[in-house]
Design a protein around this ligand. Structure first.
Ligand SMILES: [Zn+2]
Length: 90
């Protein structure tokens, strides 16, 4: 049985973090998973239209499933910042 750990991720029966949509495994439970995802980075400025007028060096990072391209998570960061890793223990 899968255990849901976010809106888009589960821990599967093998103890791996996986995409809820397609089951693609992203690594062992309890470990950071974002390195296994596909990363898209765009400037946050203008990303959501004119109200997003913050500094041009702020990035919107989107982490996509390598199996089905579902959006798994997003965060804002400066270029070169380490990923914000949420580690969930189930
Ligand atoms: Zn997927």
């Amino acid at each position: 049985m899968n255990t849901r750990i976010s809106a888009s991720l589960v821990v599967n029966e093998s103890g791996e973090i996986a995409c809820m949509a397609c089951g693609h495994a992203l690594g062992p439970s309890g470990e950071p998973w974002k390195e296994a995802a596909r990363l898209g980075e765009t400037p946050l400025k203008g990303a959501g239209g004119e109200p997003y007028s913050n500094a041009a060096n702020v990035l919107l990072r989107c982490f996509y499933c390598p199996g089905c391209a579902a959006l798994l998570d997003s965060e804002t960061a400066l270029a070169g910042d380490p990923f914000l890793n949420d580690v969930v223990h189930v």
